[in-house]
Design a protein around this ligand. Sequence first.
Ligand SMILES: *Cc1c(COP(=O)(O)O)cnc(C)c1O
Length: 390
Amino acid sequence: MTKPSALNQRPEFENYFDTHPEPRLDFAHVRRALQDGYDRPFLLIDPQIIRNKYRRFLAAMPRVRTHYAVKANPDPRVVRVLAAEGAGFEVASPAELDLLISLGIDISEVHYSNPVRARQHIEYAASKGVVWFAFDSVEELRKVHAVAPHAKVYLRIDTPNIGSDWPLSGKFGTKMREVDEIIDVAAELGADLCGVTFHVGSQCRNAENWRVAIDSSKRIFGKMRAKGLEPTLLNIGGGFPVRLAKPIPSVEVIGDVVNEAIADLEDEISVMAEPGRYLVSDAAYFVCRVIGTTRRGDERWVYLDTGMFGGLLESTQGLQYQIETDRGGQLVPWHVAGPTCDSVDVLLKDEMLPEDLQDDDFIYFPNAGAYTTAYASNFNGFPLPDIRFV
Ligand SMILES: *Cc1c(COP(=O)(O)O)cnc(C)c1O
């Protein structure tokens, strides 16, 4: 039997989008940073916003431990801020692990949640003290168990990504029909299969995804117990959204759904989440500059000093940032492109921007602290964006 949704029961959540004010970096900091000069695109981060977002996440879901997904922004200063707040961490590679080691983070609590990895990477992680490993197939379970027989392994399940602006299903995740076989193999091997994890998709604007996935996880806990395994971990992954161009359910609204769904979980099950974007996006502005404008037939084109290879990859894939400029002209459709010679380096088509944009104008992307600098390469010889702190 499915329970009626908390959102339907509560009239105040009839419209559950944009119920809470969402922060962004004070623009005065950007002005001040530009007074120090500009030689390449940069991300400007206010660590206090990261602290506030961490605390707000905790307040919204008091039973949920927070492990920051390092890939969202692996700058050591960001990691240090979150470590000082008491956050745990989630990694996907030896390099991310090395970063945590270099900062003196307790590795025994790190979650290695990438569900498929090289045998050598498992060996390396285990040798450095990692005990928590996600997996999503019999093959990976056998691999982890062979290399690290005492590992605590947790099963990544496939779960709906409906309403997520950056879906993460399809590539990873055990289907429900495969779960029985995996549990049998774990029991046979004597592997410490201790929990379940999922990812609802990044920038997930549909709170119901968490309820559906938690309900599936509970069914799997039942199956595990039936085979003599003792589940102790529910890892609800990342996906918590930030306010970009589209309305979002605030973390408090998602928290209500999650808290209700986990309320009847046994005490021995500890619950954790792996927010990435949520913790760091709002803390930063991404600043870049116009290098050229032109008309091609009816089309206006504006070229920036950075593009999909320099930190703005997500905007080529449908993630809509707000864009600010210093111009006050009438808004007209522009095609926005990066500086490289690759024709895929086009960020936006028909984006409404002031008609008087010119060379050397600054372009500002608020709430861009996640998955920007982390994605940047210096393809075609363009420099990596700088990362500055207020
Ligand atoms: C990327 C990722 C996260 C973080 O996702 P966000 O959408 O940034 O919150 C968490 N867990 C895993 C396993 C991931 O791959």
